[in-house]
Write a protein that binds this ligand. Structure first.
Ligand code: PEP
Ligand code: MG
Length: 753
């Protein structure tokens, strides 16, 4: 049985269809639709406002207000109830509009006699392009059903106003108002680099041209066929993915899960039952979810909305039959412009041609951004309205460093981009030349250089840098990318892949370090006031011991027959370390009994990240096989300075006597106890900071793969004895920072930094 909403929507859609077929002029269509909706909803007035530029709305059709207000009354985005709907793209209903905090009285409308108000956005590309409203003399609580009907009508209107006629009207306005196009637009850089290429507009499923179904049964069959085909293709694509195992597999699995979701499919089928075409039904199902969730501040739900948009676009392209066409460009260099994009969509293009990606919406944690970043593609997000401005093939510049995009960039800008890229290539070539040279200082001291790994793509650095091993595997990254907690076998596959890729090189696993800024989608954020010093990292895994045990089991199995190094993050005292260590040893015993296949050696260590540990080092070093210093967290706690706050980024410096003295103290203690000690925080990735570390006595550094070459150049041009003497002279300094002195030292001594 159909719901009342579906029944009423069927009746209205039928009438709307008649109007759209009968009228030829845009204004006639709009006026008749407004009249219809006012009558059907037993309202007394109604209006349609459309966005005529980025910031203003104009009345296009109205009934029940002052005469002749069409094209005369305008409103700013954000102003009053209508402006608010345009800004937030969310529906608003008020039994008494006058008492609503957002209400602004517009005398030129003549709305003083009305009380109740309901308004819904016309949404295209996830932006409001207009607002449809109804008002009544009496106070009236609008029901969810009434709002849904209005939203359905708004969807039909969205398609009508996207016609050529409307575009022409906008062009005239742009000319009359002297508005000029933009050529350099600020967005949010999500992946660094400079790219120049011809625009390829990623248009999947953007425009639904046919809204009303001729034959429902036929439409349901089309839907079913497209859905089945899409899922079969996704299965095939993902099973043969070239991206390998790792967090990307999880991202793609999430996508696949969405595509197969039964609730979503049923919702679309219901919409078809109400008279919509399958394409329009997919859109309606998405909009319904968007209306419910777009106001959420929950990052997880926001990401799910992105996933739903991506899957909806893909299904629509299967319905239209253009799913195989992703790029008509013959250009060698392309810049993809997407309103939004799923990770699967990126895989449809030839990566080697992509010079940049621009996403109208987008967040740093958006899946496609993670994949693009790992592929080294510059990404800029949060650029509104690009679809209306850029044409396929137009030259576009993407500056992922500063977060700018350039439309038809000047020759000078093109030159700048090319020079930057050439510089990068030269650097790459220099690093390539260094690859087989040892990481030894000029006076013959070997510095062991490792890389830090998180994303699966980081694994490529093992071979390309020819490093000594992996000094830090941030195991939480695959946990963060996954939609459910990975079980032991899943974890085993991540860890085994790393062990295999590392071959005989040393690998150090870190136990799950979540909480603070690293949130898991399947664990709700407990809303702590100070998450960086809250329930995070080892504090969580000691409390939720099963998680720790399972991870240890996966480590032990992945390193069977090899050497296993495990360290625990955020340890604050000896007993925490002892507890964690014991958990690992118990699992080791169990594995021995069960399969007998265990690592040939197990080294258990900890990260030095909490200052308290520095004051009990002697006791801890008695128990630990190794330590590794997480200078990012250690500095954050030593200086009481949030590591992610840009306002504080320049205020304190690890290159200052207090911090360097502390680092000196740690390495001296480790040397005294003959315990292996490394640095895996960002200090090791910065050539000047790494130089100071060597001067303090550090011989094991673990850094990001992209920093490896620069640090190696520094090491090979450094004299270890000299820097040791020089750093000694700095340790009593009271200066806020010793960076300028260390940089000058490097310049004076021909050290490449
Ligand atoms: C650190 O804190 O320095 C560290 C290496 O750990 P993360 O950056 O992952 O917190
Ligand atoms: Mg840390």
């Amino acid at each position: 049985m159909k719901s009342p909403a579906v029944n009423q929507a069927i009746v209205i859609l039928r009438q709307l269809r008649k109007i759209t077929e009968e009228s030829d002029s845009l204004s006639d269509k709009l006026n008749r639709i407004i009249a219809l909706i006012v009558k059907d909803m037993k309202a007394d007035a109604g209006a349609l406002y459309l966005m005529v530029d980025e910031s203003s709305l104009e009345v296009f059709a109205a009934i029940g207000y002052n005469d002749d207000i069409a094209h005369k009354v305008t409103m700013r985005k954000g102003e009053g109830l209508v402006g608010d709907i345009a800004e937030t793209a969310r529906s608003v209903a008020a039994a008494d509009a006058w008492s609503h905090p957002k209400f602004v009285f517009k005398p030129e409308m003549g709305e003083d006699k009305y009380k109740s108000f309901a308004g819904v956005p016309l949404i295209r590309n996830r932006r409001a392009i207009g607002v449809l409203t109804v008002q009544s003399f009496e106070t009236h609580e609008y029901s969810r059903l009434e709002i849904e009907i209005l939203e359905t009508v708004a969807m039909v209107m969205t398609e009508i106003v996207s016609s050529e006629e409307m575009n022409k009207y906008k062009q005239v306005l742009i000319r009359e108002r002297g508005l000029v196009g933009r050529d350099k637009i600020k967005g949010l850089g999500l992946s660094k680099g400079y790219g120049l290429g011809n625009a390829v507009i990623h248009r999947r499923g953007r425009i639904v041209t046919k809204i009303f179904a001729e034959d429902k049964a036929q439409e349901l069959l089309r839907l079913e066929a497209a859905h089945t085909r899409m899922n079969a293709d996704l299965d095939e694509k993902f099973n043969s993915t070239r991206l390998g195992i790792g967090e990307h597999t999880d991202i793609l699995d999430t996508y696949r899960m969405f595509a197969k979701d039964k609730g979503w499919y049923q919702k679309i089928a219901d919409n078809v039952q109400s008279g919509l075409t399958a394409e329009a039904a997919v859109e309606r199902a998405y909009e319904d979810m968007w209306n419910r969730l777009s106001g959420t501040t929950d990052q997880y739900l926001k990401e799910r909305l992105h996933d739903l948009r991506d899957v909806s676009d893909r299904l629509q392209s299967y319905l239209r039959g253009d799913y195989a066409i992703v790029s008509k460009s013959d250009a060698e260099d392309i810049v993809i412009i997407a309103q939004t994009m799923g990770p699967a969509d990126l895989m449809d293009y030839d990566y080697s041609k992509i010079r940049g990606l621009i996403i109208e919406d987008g967040t740093p944690t958006m899946h496609v951004a993670i994949v693009a970043k790992a592929l080294g593609i510059p990404v800029v997000a949060k650029i509104k309205g690009l679809f209306d401005e850029v044409k396929d093939g137009q030259l576009i510049g993407v500056d992922g460093n500063e977060g700018y995009i350039y439309i038809s960039p000047s020759l000078e800008t093109q030159k700048k981009f090319k020079a930057r890229n050439a510089e990068k290539e030269q650097q790459q070539a220099r690093l390539e030349a260094l690859k087989d040279k040892p990481s030894v200082t000029k006076d013959g001291v070997k510095i062991n250089m490792y890389i830090n790994v998180g994303l699966a793509f980081d694994l490529d650095y093992i071979a390309s840098t020819n490093c000594d091993g992996v000094g830090l595997y941030r195991t939480e990254i695959p946990f963060m990318a996954s939609d459910v907690m990975p079980d032991v076998s899943r974890q085993f596959s991540y860890y085994k892949d790393l062990m295999d890729r590392a071959g005989e090189r040393k690998v150090t696993f870190r136990s799950l370090d979540v909480g603070s800024d690293k949130l898991l989608p399947y664990w709700s954020n407990s809303g702590e006031e100070n998450p960086a010093i809250g329930w995070r990292s080892i504090r969580i895994t000691l409390d939720r011991r099963a998680i720790l045990r399972k991870q240890m089991r996966a480590f032990l199995r992945a390193a069977a027959g090899k050497e296993l190094n495990v360290m625990f993050p955020m340890i604050s005292n000896l007993s925490e370390f002892e507890e964690a260590k014991e958990t690992l040893l118990i699992e080791l015993e169990k594995e021995k009994r069960k399969s007998g296949e265990v690592p040939r050696k197990v080294n258990i260590g900890l990260m030095v990240e909490v200052p308290a540990v520095v004051f009990q080092l002697d006791a801890i070093l008695e128990q630990a096989d190794f330590i590794s210093i997480g200078t990012n967290d250690l500095a954050q706690f030593v200086f009481a300075c949030d590591r992610g706050n840009p306002k504080l980024a320049e205020r304190y410096d690890v290159l200052s006597a207090p911090f360097l003295n502390m680092m000196r103290q740690i390495i001296s203690a480790a040397d005294r106890h003959k315990v292996y000690c490394s640095v895996c925080g960002e200090m090791a990735s910065n050539p000047v900071e790494a130089m100071a570390l060597i001067g303090l006595g550090y011989r094991n550094l673990s850094m990001s793969g992209s920093a490896f070459g620069k640090v190696k150049s520094m090491v090979r041009t450094l004299n270890c004895e000299d820097i040791t003497d020089y750093v000694q002279t700095l340790l009593k300094s009271q200066k806020r920072t010793l960076r300028p002195q260390l940089i000058s030292y490097a310049h004076d001594h021909g050290i490449e930094i």
